[in-house]
Design a protein around this ligand. Sequence first.
Ligand code: GAR
Length: 210
Amino acid sequence: MSCRVVVLLSGRGSNFQAIAEARLPIEIVAVISNRPHAAGLDYARTHGLAAIALDHTAHPDRAAFDALLAEEIERHRPDLVVLAGYMRILSPAFIARFEGRLLNIHPSLLPMFQGLKTHERALAEGVKIHGCTVHFVTADLDHGPIVIQAAVPVRADDTPDTLAARVLRQEHRIYPQAVRWFAEGRLEINRGRVNLKDDPTSQSVFPAGM
Ligand code: GAR
């Protein structure tokens, strides 16, 4: 039986697309966006996937919206919930409900550069290596057990956009990989760390040429 996945997104949806096109042992049972005009929903619709808009601005507060969102997700009986550019902070109650089956991708090498504008901040700090992280979501914002990371070089002439593009290419590699491992039952969380059954060496990615 394949792993049932619900995707949450807010915008472009390129990570969702990378996952959808990676031939994984999963079934994407719903794609939900808090922004009704998210491009990711269009992609879902044109590929015959259930695309659901739940506009957060129509709801009084975060707790109420998250309760509704959780109900909508549960209707699809997911084994895994994938945050793919979902740009809203989730309430503790929501996270508790899905903990252990909730993955996120963040555009930095966590725990560095939590929060927004990660590429700008990396350039401002003058770091020489930047990257992206897939992690299990816990109540700690942009924290939680790390599944896989990829590093990219920072070049002297980078702008936030050129750096973001280099990181995004790696996001599209590591997120499908992380989802595959989850679907195959290979991820074990032990005292806040994620161990990959059978192959502990492949949880860091250094692209060729680095
Ligand atoms: C990605 O770069 C993802 O890492 C980031 O939003 C972008 C979504 O792009 N997520 C966060 O910043 C979460 N804190 P996409 O819609 O094309 O996948």
